[in-house]
Structures are given as structure tokens and as C-alpha cells.
Ligand binder design. Structure first.
Ligand code: BES
Ligand code: ZN
Length: 873
């Protein structure tokens, strides 16, 4: 294993980065947007410190012109300069007439730019007001490297500075930025100059300003009396209360957790009608897509309630992890995103324990494992050079794997010790930048203070600097009561070579023996370790509590014992058991027949929604295998699904019970949408009658069931049903409802309706922000895959030109549904010549995932019919 330092050396500064010999400390920026003309101009004075004499100042700028550049200092020296651009590096080179000596200087720049429609930098968004007329908004989103599209700046996270912003805007509009308004002055021409207080010291990617017709909720106050507001376009203020409640709770929660108050003077959470991702943690002015912030608590599903809670908590956690303490460079993005994801989980768990957040997180963890079991995975820390590299870091490995290994560490060293380590880290590095080793040092200190001897850095380096994760196999040794554990890397595709890798695996076990229940925790550092459990072993579970980031393979006898003691396992343990079985099947370690036989046992008494979610996912996969390798077996598959899922639906009943848990309500909905999507008769009939009931009385159907009804109805719907969904979307009263009916369009199966949805995704009918998910969903449509692929091929250039990179990556995810060995070469060929910068790794992962499915198909095709038939008996 390499040491942290060795690996950090590997990610030494790339040539496109600034040298650090010129550093900014203060930006005084004035921006004048012309929203109607989609342009802006601006002026700024940057206070700089020159470490040594320079004749050229290099600063980031992209899609900007700079009409004037002057450098002066307090001693009265000044330089007029000429400006040239290095487009490739997105830099402006400011050449001085002479050379400026070391010390403090002021760089004055005048610049002009465009308000783009690509949802990045300074861009334009729009909405329709109550009379139906279009209103425009100008707003920013900078992370990771788009501040340079709004004003020339030192656009790397390390160059923290204070930003003082003013905006010259139409008198009737609202302007919001990171800090409170200092002054507002009326100007000629119906304009006003809004000046904001100096910001906290922060990285350029956290700057934000928003101009438009916005209204704000009444503020709520944090424990330290800072006002929090939710802002939105007019007519939506009644949807702000829910987010406000979570915003206040989470800010107070994190202030306690870290022992540091929220540092801003105010906090605004702003809903933007067009937004590339879910939300963005600009210090003091967090921006969101509307569905992630605005919600009517009485009309939302459990998943929608969780989503807003999670996003709000995640972004608020960034006010500490990310904004106050920031990674040095994008290779360490996980210090921001994994932590925000993890902290959000803690906050949600604390406010709503009944939601069992970490149990649900197992599904996301499994999503990360799906990618991390590929040859084309990457380590959590990963070299980054270009802005595209940086953007590609926002993936499941950074977020979900990162969060999962933090959770694993937290439980291993203890929650309170972990908290103390985080608090130390936060206090020590406030307003500064860090690398991963800084975190290990703070955590190691807390571990020592608690009297523990755990090698935090060695342990965690195996998870952060190494791709993949271990498969831990378990078997009995010859001598009674002794168990042998072995670790090796888990890979779906075994390409002949034995993959290398060794982890420090925190192992938790629980076992039933003649001495009762035995629990043990230890660190597996070698490839093999033996331990004594106890005589007369009845069953043993590895990864007890289910929070470790590894898979387990039980020797046959131990697996059978476990399957006959399922009631001894917690829901997350049963989830992992099923998840490990399914992964083993995809990897070809277990036959489909054996998987289905075991799944039937697991599900026979199952009540947990997450275990069912895993099973449903595997049946969806089989459906695609079946479609490509044996469509004549489809009926057997439907029968299998009916046998696996109908008993649970009957147990739950179609009518929600007053006392049921939100997980039960979700389970009902996912069982219905699975059986409904497969066209199972009795389910579809019931859906049809409930849908009629819904149309005549909107309140007569429980909201949690509604997504399943909409999806099933669309799956089997005709053109008039399509128009009906469109109308429902137009008249929707919440962002969630609008989204629900919008994405219903991707479920229609009739070829003409698929074409219609495809066309509307590029002709402006659907907002750019929603196009990636729409196309992805069309790829997954059982009759839509090929049509969608042909459409994407034909319109690739247009997509690349209009959809932000993040969205292209997301959309390409959909190709994993194109199971068909004959199509695989075509896909590879197309992307060999058509891919775009930043999408390389994700694409390689998608293609490898597809190869895995195609091999699965080739392996199982022969016996598919008999296996499905046998397992429905
Ligand atoms: N910092 C990100 C926003 C972001 C995402 C910037 C991708 C650049 C590229 C933000 O904190 C975030 O993680 N948002 C998530 C939602 C969150 C709850 C996981 C998102 O946008 O999906
Ligand atoms: Zn984040």
C-alpha cells in the first residue's frame, strides 16, 4: 500500500493550474446584467499579493472579454496592461509594461460576458408568471470551475478571498448574493445599485448572485440568531415552510456537532426554475432546483419529503464541510461531498429517526458497489487536471462510497470519538484548505485521546486511495469452532488475472453458538485470518449491522445455516445478504437458478422495503436479459414476479393503514409499480380503477401510491392518456407533481409516443435541466431502448452543445439498459469517436456494466426458460 504522501505526489499540480505566486485576498466586484439582451458587463478590483516581481499576471477567464486592465499600488505606481487569452487553459494573460515588484497591488479590470443558457457560470433562467407571460432571471452556478465565466478570478479552491459584490439591476427586481445587503441606491434609468456586505473568506466557486422577481419567506432564526429564508418565484411562497423547518434544524444540529456556529450573517435558500444539479452550496446563498426545495407537506410522497430534507441538510452541512473548510484541489472533492452526504444522514437520522435513514442508505451504498466492482472504477481520491476532470469527480464513488466508508469508520471508532475528530479538524482548519491527511490527523488524535489504538490513517488510506473493495469469504476450519476469513478484491469480470488489493477491513460478526449469541469486532488486515467463535455454531453473520463497505461470500454450509435463521438477522443484514447473492450472480460466481432459489427463501417472510427494492431491481435486470435472450419466457418471468411480490402486497393491502410506517407505504407503491409494469393482470385492473377514482377525486388516493399509479397507467396508456398526462403536468400545483407527470411521458410504450417524447426533449418543450433524466428513463423503457439509442446517435452533437456535461454523463447511464450482445460493438464504436471530455470514465463504466449483462445473458440463455419455470413452481 502506498502512503498518502506518495499518492498526493502523484497528483502534483498540472500545468493548467495557477502558480500561486500571485494570490488574491479581496475582490470588489460590480456586475451590470442586461437580462433581456442576455449579456452583462462588470468591473472589479482585486487586491493581490505578489510573492516576487512579475511582468505577466495570469488569471482565469472564459467566454469573457476584458476591455481594460490596470495594476496599481498604494505607493502610486501603476501599469497599463495588454490582455491576451489562452483559450485552452481558460486563462487571461495580463502583460504589464514592465515588471511589478513583490508586495500588495490592486488589479482593476473591466469585462463583458454573455448570460448563457447552459446552466453554468452566469446564466439565464425563466418562468411564467400568473398571467402566463415569461419572466427572466439571471443567476449563477460556479462549481467546480465556472466562476471564470462570470468574472476574471483565481478560480481554484485554494485561493480563498473576501468578495464584495454589487449589482446594478432594474428597480423592480430582487437581488440576492452571499451576504446581506449593505445599501440600495436608486440610480437613473429605473435602476438600483444593490451593494452587499463583504463575504466570508471563501473559494471562488462559492460566490453567487441571483437577480429576478423573487419573493422570500419570513425568516426563521438559528440558535445564534442568524435569519434563514427560503426564496422562490412569485406564487410559491406557500411551499417554503417544510424546507425552512429542516434548514433551521440542520444548521443548529451542525453547530452543535462541530461546536462552531454558522459563520454567515444570513442564509438564503433559493429555488431556481432552471438548475443543472440538485442544489449548490454557495456560502449564505444556497441555490436549488425547485423540486429539491419547495414542497407541500400535505401532498408529497415519503420519497419527496426525504429528498428535500436530505438536500437541505446536505447543502447546510457544506456551510462547514466545504465552505468553511475546503479541499485544496478537486482530487480531494470527497472531503466536501462525502462528508456533506454523511452529515446530512446524521441530521436526518436525528430529526426523523423513524425514517431509518442509514437503512435506506444501503441501497445507495449498493449503487456505489455496483460501480466499484468494475475494472473501470477509480479510487475516491483521483488525479484531476482539467475542469472536465473536476466535474467528473461528482459521482457515486465520491458521494456514496465516500459516505459509506465514513459511516464504517464512525461505527468502528465510536460516534463520539468520530465527532470530536471532526470538530477538531473543523476548528483547526476554519477558513483554510485541507488535504485528506489533515482529516486523518484530527481523527487519529481523537482516537488516541479516547485511549484506543486504531491506525486511522493506514486503515482509511486503503479505502480512499485504492479502487474497489474486498470480497470477504467465510468458511469453517478443521478444528471445531474456528472460522477462516479471507479477503480478495471483488470484481464482476474476471479477465484471467487475479486482481490485487488489500484492505484494512473492520469486521463485525455475530454468531449463534451453544454459549448463546457471540459478538466480535476486529480489523482484518491480512488476506487470511482465523478466529475462534464458539462450539456448536448454529449460524454466523459477517458484516453485522450491515454498515461495512464489503461483500461476503459464505461457504455453502454457512449460507444454508444463515438462510434457515433469517429471523436472527436485522433488515440491513438481510439486505446485504440478498445484495451479495445478486452481485455474485452477476459476477458468475452463483447460477441464476441458485440465486432465485435463495431469493425465494429470503423473501418468503420478508417485510422490509429495502430488501424488496433489491429484489425488484434484480427482477428488472432479468426482464432485460429475458427481452434480449428469450422473449418467449416473459410469461414465466411475470409469474415469478407475482410469486415473489404478490404475497407482500396482499399482506399490506391496497388501502394504507393509519398506523403504517412510511417504509410500508413505499413498499406497497414499489410492489404495485413492479407488477403493474410487468402487466400482471390483477394488479393492472386495480390500478385502472384507482386511476379513474383519482381523476374524479384527487384526494381519494394516497399520495404515496400515486407515482405507481401514474407510471403503470402510462406504461399501458395510449395517445389520449398521453395528452391527459401532459395536461396534468400543465395544471400541477407543486414542483413534485409537475415532475411526476412530466416523467410519466417516458413510460409510454407505443413507438409513436416514444418518438414524441424523444422529440420534445430537444425542441425546447422540456427544460434542459430535465432532459438527461428523461432520456435516461426512455433508455430504460422496455420498448424504448433502441429508439432512444437511435435518437441519441442522430442528435449527439446537438445534445453535447445544449446539455451541461453533468447531464450528458447522467443520460449516458441509460445505455446500460441496452442488453444485447450484437449491439455492444456498435455502442463501443460510436463512443470511440463521439465521446466528450470528462465523460470518459463514466462511459467506460457504463460499457463495462453492459458487458457484464451481456455475458450474464450468454451464460444463462440456454437454461433461462427452465430456470424461470422451475422457480415459479
Ligand atoms: N456541490 C454540489 C453541487 C454540484 C454538483 C456542483 C455537481 C457541481 C457538480 C452539491 O452540494 C450537491 O452535492 N448536490 C447534489 C444533491 C445532494 C443532496 C447530493 C446534487 O446536485 O445532485
Ligand atoms: Zn454536495
Amino acid at each position: 500500500m502506498c502512503s498518502t504522501q506518495q499518492l498526493l505526489n502523484k497528483v502534483a499540480k498540472s500545468p493548467a493550474r495557477l502558480t500561486g505566486k500571485v494570490t488574491p485576498s479581496f475582490y470588489d466586484i460590480k456586475i451590470i446584467p442586461d437580462i433581456a439582451a442576455a449579456t452583462f458587463c462588470g468591473e472589479e478590483t482585486i487586491t493581490l499579493y505578489l510573492q516576487e516581481a512579475v511582468s505577466v499576471i495570469v488569471i482565469h477567464a472564459a467566454e469573457l472579454t476584458i476591455s481594460k486592465a490596470v495594476l496599481r499600488n498604494d505607493a502610486g505606481s501603476s501599469f497599463i496592461s495588454t490582455v491576451s487569452f489562452d483559450e485552452e487553459k481558460q486563462q487571461a494573460l495580463i502583460s504589464l509594461e514592465g515588471s511589478a515588484g513583490p508586495g500588495e497591488w490592486f488589479l482593476h479590470l473591466s469585462f463583458q460576458g454573455i448570460l448563457n443558457n447552459r446552466l453554468r457560470g452566469f446564466y439565464r433562467s425563466s418562468f411564467r408568471d400568473a398571467d402566463g407571460s415569461e419572466k427572466l432571471i439571471a443567476t449563477t452556478k460556479f462549481e467546480p470551475s465556472d466562476a471564470r465565466r462570470a468574472f476574471p478570478c483565481f478560480d481554484e479552491p485554494e485561493f480563498k478571498a473576501v468578495f464584495q459584490i454589487s449589482l446594478l439591476v432594474d428597480k423592480g427586481l430582487t437581488a440576492i448574493s452571499n451576504s446581506p445587503i449593505n445599501s440600495e441606491r436608486e440610480m437613473e434609468g429605473g435602476k438600483k445599485l444593490v451593494s452587499f456586505a463583504p463575504s466570508l473568506k471563501m473559494s471562488s466557486y462559492l460566490v453567487a448572485y441571483v437577480v429576478g422577481d423573487f419573493s422570500a419567506s419570513e425568516p426563521v432564526f438559528t440558535k445564534s440568531s442568524v435569519p434563514i429564508r427560503v426564496c422562490c418565484v412569485p406564487g410559491k411562497k406557500h411551499l417554503t415552510a417544510y424546507a425552512l423547518k429542516w434548514a433551521k434544524f440542520s444548521i443548529d444540529f451542525f453547530a452543535d456537532y462541530f461546536g462552531i456556529d454558522y459563520q454567515g450573517a444570513k442564509l438564503d435558500l433559493i429555488a431556481i426554475p432552471d438548475f443543472a444539479s440538485g442544489a449548490m452550496e454557495n456560502f449564505g446563498a444556497i441555490t436549488f432546483r425547485e423540486t429539491a426545495l419547495l414542497l407541500d407537506e400535505t401532498q408529497a410522497t415519503h420519497a419527496e419529503l426525504m429528498r428535500v430534507a436530505e438536500v437541505v441538510c446536505h447543502e447546510n452541512a457544506h456551510m462547514w464541510f466545504g465552505d468553511l473548510v475546503t479541499m485544496d484541489w478537486w482530487n480531494g472533492l470527497w472531503l466536501n461531498e462525502a462528508f456533506a452526504t454523511f452529515m446530512a444522514a446524521l441530521a436526518v437520522q436525528a430529526f426523523m429517526p423513524s425514517w431509518k435513514f442509514f437503512e435506506g442508505f444501503n441501497i445507495f451504498k449498493a449503487g456505489a458497489m455496483r460501480i466499484d466492482g468494475l475494472h473501470s472504477s477509480r479510487s475516491i481520491e483521483f488525479p484531476v487536471e482539467s475542469p472536465e476532470d473536476a466535474r467528473a469527480m461528482f459521482d457515486v464513488l465520491t458521494y456514496e462510497k465516500g459516505c459509506a466508508i465514513l459511516r464504517m469508520l464512525e461505527l468502528y471508532i465510536g460516534e463520539e470519538v468520530f465527532r470530536q475528530g471532526c470538530a477538531t479538524y473543523m476548528k483547526r482548519h476554519a477558513c483554510l484548505n485541507t488535504e485528506t491527511a489533515d482529516l486523518w490527523n484530527a481523527l487519529a488524535e481523537a482516537v488516541r485521546n479516547a485511549g484506543l489504538s486504531i491506525p486511522v490513517d493506514e486503515l482509511m488510506d486503503t479505502w480512499v486511495f485504492q479502487q474497489g473493495f474486498p470480497l470477504v469469504s467465510v468458511e469453517r476450519a478443521e478444528s471445531e469452532g474456528v472460522i477462516i476469513l479471507r479477503q480478495r478484491p471483488f470484481r464482476y469480470l474476471d479477465e484471467g488475472s487475479t486482481p490485487q488489493g488489500l484492505w484494512y477491513v473492520p469486521i463485525a460478526i455475530r454468531a449463534g453458538t451453544s454459549d448463546g449469541i457471540i459478538e466480535k469486532v476486529f480489523l482484518l488486515k491480512q488476506t487470511e485470518q482465523r478466529f475462534y467463535v464458539g462450539e456448536n455454531l448454529k449460524w454466523i453473520v459477517i458484516n453485522a449491522d450491515g454498515q461495512g463497505f464489503y461483500r461476503v461470500s459464505y461457504a455453502d454450509e454457512l449460507a444454508q445455516q444463515l438462510l434457515s435463521h433469517l429471523s436472527e438477522l436485522s433488515a440491513p443484514e438481510r439486505f446485504n445478504l440478498a445484495s451479495d447473492l445478486w452481485a455474485a450472480t452477476q459476477a458468475g460466481h452463483l447460477t441464476l437458478d441458485a440465486y432465485l432459489a435463495r431469493l425465494r427463501i429470503v423473501l418468503s417472510e420478508e417485510t422490509d422495503s429495502h430488501v424488496f427494492a433489491l429484489a425488484i431491481n434484480s427482477i428488472g435486470y432479468l426482464r432485460r436479459i429475458c427481452a434480449a435472450g428469450g422473449p418467449e419466457h416473459f410469461n414465466d418471468l411475470v409469474n415469478l414476479a407475482k410469486q415473489l411480490f404478490e404475497p407482500a402486497l396482499i399482506r399490506l393491502g391496497w388501502e394504507p393503514k393509519a398506523s403504517e410506517s412510511p417504509q410500508d407505504a413505499e413498499l406497497r407503491a414499489s410492489l404495485v409499480s413492479t407488477l403493474g409494469s410487468l402487466g400482471e393482470k390483477s394488479c393492472c385492473q386495480k390500478v385502472e380503477s384507482l386511476w379513474k377514482q383519482y381523476l374524479s377525486d384527487r384526494k381519494s388516493v394516497s399520495t404515496n401510491l400515486l407515482p405507481a399509479l401514474v407510471e403503470t397507467t402510462a406504461s399501458h396508456g395510449d395517445a389520449s392518456c398521453y395528452d391527459q398526462m401532459l395536461k396534468l403536468k400543465e395544471s400541477a400545483s407543486t414542483p413534485q407533481e409537475e415532475t411526476r407527470f412530466l416523467f410519466a411521458l417516458s413510460h409510454f410504450r407505443h413507438p409513436e409516443l416514444i418518438e414524441r417524447t424523444l422529440a420534445s426533449s430537444l425542441n425546447g418543450q422540456i427544460r434542459v435541466q430535465d432532459v438527461p433524466q428523461m432520456i435516461r428513463s426512455l433508455f430504460l423503457n422496455p420498448t424504448g431502448g433502441l429508439a432512444t439509442w437511435n435518437f441519441v446517435k442522430a442528435h449527439w452533437d446537438k445534445m453535447v452543445a445544449t446539455i451541461p456535461l453533468q447531464g450528458i454523463i447522467r443520460l449516458c447511464d441509460g445505455i446500460t439498459a441496452l442488453v444485447n450482445p450484437e449491439l455492444e460493438p456498435e455502442l463501443k464504436e460510436f463512443f470511440a469517436t463521439h465521446n466528450i471530455k470528462g465523460n470518459e470514465k463514466a462511459l467506460a463504466q457504463n460499457l463495462e456494466t453492459l458487458t457484464i449483462a451481456n455475458r450474464f445473458l450468454l451464460r444463462e440463455r440456454e437454461q433461462l426458460g427452465s430456470v424461470l419455470a422451475k422457480n415459479t413452481r
